[in-house]
Design a protein around this ligand. Structure first.
Ligand SMILES: [Zn+2]
Length: 95
């Protein structure tokens, strides 16, 4: 923890059911580095009912890349690449 980056800087794509963004730890790595270019994708819902009933779904508040918050934290399944584990809070990725 202690690092943060605005979501908007991470090539985000927000659709009705998914949020995708570039891993903030790895986005600035060079192309020949291990871990270059992977992204983080989470399934999202604004419904607390669906969130409670569905595994591997994040509860979203807010409407835009600039202000969304997700719950709970996100642990990227990257093995030994970067171990990204962070939060999206009000449009900012914190890890
Ligand atoms: Zn990464």
């Amino acid at each position: 923890m202690g690092n943060e980056k605005n979501l908007i800087e991470l090539e985000p794509k927000l659709s009705a059911n998914y949020l995708r963004f570039e891993c903030p730890i790895c986005i600035n790595k060079k192309k020949d580095d291990i871990g270059y270019g992977h992204c983080v994708i989470v399934r999202i819902t604004k419904s607390k009912e669906i969130y409670k009933k569905t595994e591997h779904t994040w509860l979203m508040t807010g409407d835009t890349i600039e202000n969304i918050t997700l719950h709970p934290s996100i642990l990227a399944d990257t093995g030994d690449v970067c171990r990204f584990h962070g939060w999206v809070k009000k449009g900012v990725v914190q890890w």
